[in-house]
Ligand binder design. Structure first.
Ligand SMILES: C[S@@+](CC[C@H](N)C(=O)[O-])C[C@H]1O[C@@H](n2cnc3c(N)ncnc32)[C@H](O)[C@@H]1O
Length: 212
């Protein structure tokens, strides 16, 4: 299991810029789902791979956000976004596969468009489940592998290599749905759907909540 994150001095800053610039568009794509998923969140939220802080706009002012973000190039944007939305931000420059929070210590963990990118998604999911308190909630929106033999699957496979390179490890065709189903949460509310946008490889998605 890799517990290292290799910061890339060229693609890192480019991706930090891309995610900052896209945050308004992301809100149009995901805002409705995120508002619903984040409703009634507790005072402390742990987010895996928050990027430029696209999810802070859905958090209550004064929320304590523990940001597990190994990519140092994202940190400046995270800090700016936290000030903008009145979030108390604590950045941990560690990977989601190796979280230094105690067992059963969090009520609410978030990941959006991250399980596609972490090196070891199984390890990351086990860490999320480990740090959640019993009945704690994990909310997610993730893009997933398309149906076998579909046109979307063909496009995902075709573009995988350059996409993976540019987006610093993102897998267009990861079976994250299967992973979420295998972790052993006491309840999993998962919806599979297509989110149509010009970003064709990430059209097939899952969203929902997993309860420990
Ligand atoms: C596609 S971006 C998504 C950013 C943000 N969650 C959003 O919805 O806009 C993926 C994020 O995961 C982070 N990441 C990559 N590998 C990671 C790991 N092993 N653990 C935690 N975060 C990771 C990246 O640095 C990046 O910020």
């Amino acid at each position: 299991m890799s517990k290292e994150f290799k910061n890339n001095t060229i693609r890192g800053p480019i991706n930090a810029w891309v995610f900052r610039v896209l945050s308004g568009y992301m809100d149009r794509l995901f805002g409705k789902s995120k508002r619903k998923l984040f409703k009634n969140h507790p005072e402390m939220v742990v987010e895996i791979g928050p990027g430029a802080g696209a999810n802070m706009r859905y958090l209550k002012v004064g929320t304590r956000l523990i940001a597990i973000e190994p990519n140092i190039h994202m940190h400046a944007n995270l800090k700016k976004t936290a000030i903008k939305y009145g979030i108390h931000l604590e950045i941990k420059e560690i990977v989601g596969e190796s979280i230094d929070l105690p067992d059963n210590s969090c009520d609410f963990v978030v990941s959006t468009l991250v399980l596609c990118t972490v090196d070891d998604p199984e390890a990351c999911m086990h860490q999320i489940k480990r740090i959640l308190k019993p009945s704690g909630v994990f909310v997610f929106i993730e893009h997933v592998k398309a149906r076998e033999n579909s046109m979307l699957a063909f496009i995902q496979n075709l573009i995988h290599k350059p996409w993976h390179w540019f987006f610093e490890g993102c897998h267009t065709n990861r079976n994250t749905r299967q992973l979420l189903e295998s972790v052993g949460f006491s309840r999993l509310e998962l919806e599979t759907y297509n989110s149509y946008s010009p970003f064709i490889p990430i059209i097939p998605q899952v969203r929902g909540r997993a309860i420990k």
